[in-house]
Write a protein that binds this ligand. Sequence first.
Ligand code: SF4
Length: 639
Amino acid sequence: MEERRPLAELLGPDGPFAERIDGYAPRSAQLAMAEAVERTLDDCGRLIVEAGTGTGKTFAYLVPALRSGGKVIISTGTKALQDQLYHRDLPLVAETLGIPARTALLKGRSNYLCRHRLEVNAESGRFRSREMAFRFQRVREWSAATRSGDIAEIGDIPEDSPVWPYVTSTGDNCLGQECAHVGDCFLIRARRSAQEADLLVINHHLFFADMALRGEGFGELLPGANAVILDEAHQLPEAASAFFGLAVSGRQLLELAQDALTEQVREAPDMASLARAAEGLEKAARDLRLAFGPGDRRAAWSEVERDAGVGSALDELRSRLAALNAVLEPVAARGKGLESCQRRTRELGEAIDQLTGDTPPGQVHWFETRGRGFTLHLTPLNVAAPLRAHMDAQKCAWVFTSATLAVGDSFRHFSARLGLEDAETLQLPSPFDYPSQALWYVPRGLPQPNTPGYTRAVVDAALPVLVASRGRAFLLFTSHRALREAADLLEGRLDYPLLVQGTAPRSELLRRFRELGNAVLLGTSSFWEGVDVRGEALSCVIIDKLPFAAPNDPVVKARIDTLREEGREPFIEFQVPSAVITLKQGTGRLIRDVSDRGVLVICDPRLLRRGYGHAFLDSLPPMARTRDVADVERFFAVE
Ligand code: SF4
């Protein structure tokens, strides 16, 4: 093998990156990470690396990945990050290195046009509204011209339009090898390019689907890989829990009913009983939602399992599934669509039995309702063992990276949750000059967070800061209730535009925040991470409380109970470390660049008064600290 150029040369001041990229600055942390990743790839090892904001971790893994010559899978947290990595960073690094790698971007199944669904729904012509019919027609026209089948190409239909399920497939309704379009299926084609690529960019959802051989996973990607690099790895424990668990949503039941109706029109027009059975299932699914009661809820299954209304709605749902199965059974052989409906009916019936039956050890049964939808879940409380088994079966290198993995200087929390106790670890600080770029302010005199009037006190403490910062702030809340209360309290009291989560889509609020340049944005969990506002538009982040997960959340509560039963300390071992990671994510919104300046305000007095506060204090970047609002005013006065 030809000798590789030292990474220090490539990433150094006279290397190709410095030559090509304006304002490129070599960073020692980036080089250290690139060297560690390269070693891990060479040795088929396992590495956990926390790279503080601004380290340049994307280049630090792309350079060794491209130089490795093997097949590398890179997984990121979201589609937006996938696109950014694939369309922006990857071509730049590959061209700079002069490595002509075959690369591919693979998204989830629901991003690709399904010719079969398009065809059957065009034949049935059942649309809920004229707008739907119009959009369906728009997709049909585009389908004749597209080469990739990636629905992102149609920019004028919103992502949440109800037309998409009519023209894309799910693991449930895809006919696979039985499909008449298997030869020119966009999804299969995209998967084939993914298999042939040297460097493949996917997301965590797809990664686990493939690993767990579930849903949209074909189990074909991982076996050929020499290395897997997981970015935004702090999201993995939650993503893994979802995939190693089981869930059935009301939407899946409604889609089955809809598909059965469509197939009846196409393949069994003589069978009115099939249409009646499908309509019966649809009604039973809607009635079960009603039985859970109004409003959004997330609770343990044990809270409703003895509820008479839920019990009888569930019995009705089971009997409707059985009835549909009985009607489909004799006609399933008439066509692949009917056969698929029968298989799904049977599988959903079995899943619902598991989701409402006895709880296996180490798992939790729970449910959630949101709007008109509901989902039943069975979630494992520990994913370390199944994940570990999958990793051991796969002879390749594993790299886990994110800006937020460690608590203080320990990776124990993260590695224990994923079964990575023997992985090499590396913690690289951010290259930003936090003591001069950022100020951390903890207001005096705030009451305990569980006392009435707490949010009012937070708003009172925030107001002088918002005046000093001239808007340009995020106020991050740990609950929707506090967010709404603060929004009411701030109404009319600020000279700056107020943007409130829930009043417009998240992307729209962020666009306005960037454009306005002096706005104050109030948000909850979805704004704590994955938001990148560089420059002066975001100069202040105010956090109402330490972000402990709600202890009455069914999965959190089950984890706490299990740790307690094992004689362990759930608060110290699980709740505090999880909150530290969330707080690190939230504060990471503030300084995104070497020239950013900003103030972090944490209102929660427990930070300084409770023994566990040091876990938070030791985990945040080394900002200057103050308890005096006059320092905040001085900080902004020098701008
Ligand atoms: S194979 Fe599946 S995804 Fe592809 S066209 Fe057929 S049903 Fe659709």
